[in-house]
Design a binder for this molecule. Structure first.
Ligand code: FE2
Length: 199
């Protein structure tokens, strides 16, 4: 099954600045995503994106919401239409005349699957957070205190154990960090500090 998108431009430049309202984004999220584990993953990535946009990129609230919205909806079609993953949510957001930058971030969140390269800061951070967030969440579930007291070195140990969260590609994580120009340590520490806030 190929998920290649076979195109590189998304949305219409004249729609720049258009976002969904929070209510509309949440309605779409709840209509399309029924699996609670996937919902949690998407909410975690949304929170990481918003927090990074605010704290590391110093973006204003309008732009923070763009980052958050990309995180919140990046896997929206995975639950019910896995064979149309990425294509369906992109087409939906194009129909709703959403900012092309948000659509491009979603389209490039898995360059090895969708064939679209992450270009902007938002694209690169979504790609970087996606897989690493899942591995760190899996680690939190096996710790008695969850995220409390979690340390960088514990996460790095799990990353070295090939059998732990074996479906998470270590090569992809390293690739994503180098594309984003962020060290693995910084990214892991950031996720540890933020992800436990989402439930
Ligand atoms: Fe994801």
């Amino acid at each position: 099954m190929s998920l290649l998108l076979n195109r590189n431009t998304f949305g219409d430049p004249s729609n720049e600045g258009n976002t969904l309202s929070r209510t509309d984004a949440e309605n779409l999220f709840h209509e399309w995503v029924l699996n609670p584990r996937l919902q949690l993953h998407m909410k975690q990535v949304a929170h990481l994106m918003k927090s990074w946009a605010a704290e590391k990129e110093q973006l204003d609230e309008t732009n923070q919401w763009k980052w958050e919205m990309a995180g919140l909806l990046h896997d929206a079609d995975w639950d019910q239409w896995p064979e149309l993953h990425c294509k369906k949510i992109i087409e939906e957001l194009e129909q709703r005349k959403i900012d092309p930058g948000i659509i491009h971030a979603i389209a490039s969140h898995g360059p090895n699957h969708f064939g679209v390269e992450p270009e902007t800061r938002m694209d690169k951070m979504l790609f970087a957070f996606d897989e690493l967030s899942g591995l760190i969440h899996a680690y939190s579930l096996m710790r008695p205190g969850g995220y409390d007291g979690m340390e960088l070195k514990g996460v790095k140990k799990r990353l070295k154990e090939k059998s732990f969260a074996a479906n998470v590609s270590r090569d992809e994580i390293n690739d994503a960090c180098s594309r984003a120009g962020v060290s693995l340590d910084e990214l892991v520490n950031f996720i540890i500090s933020k992800q436990g806030e989402v439930n």
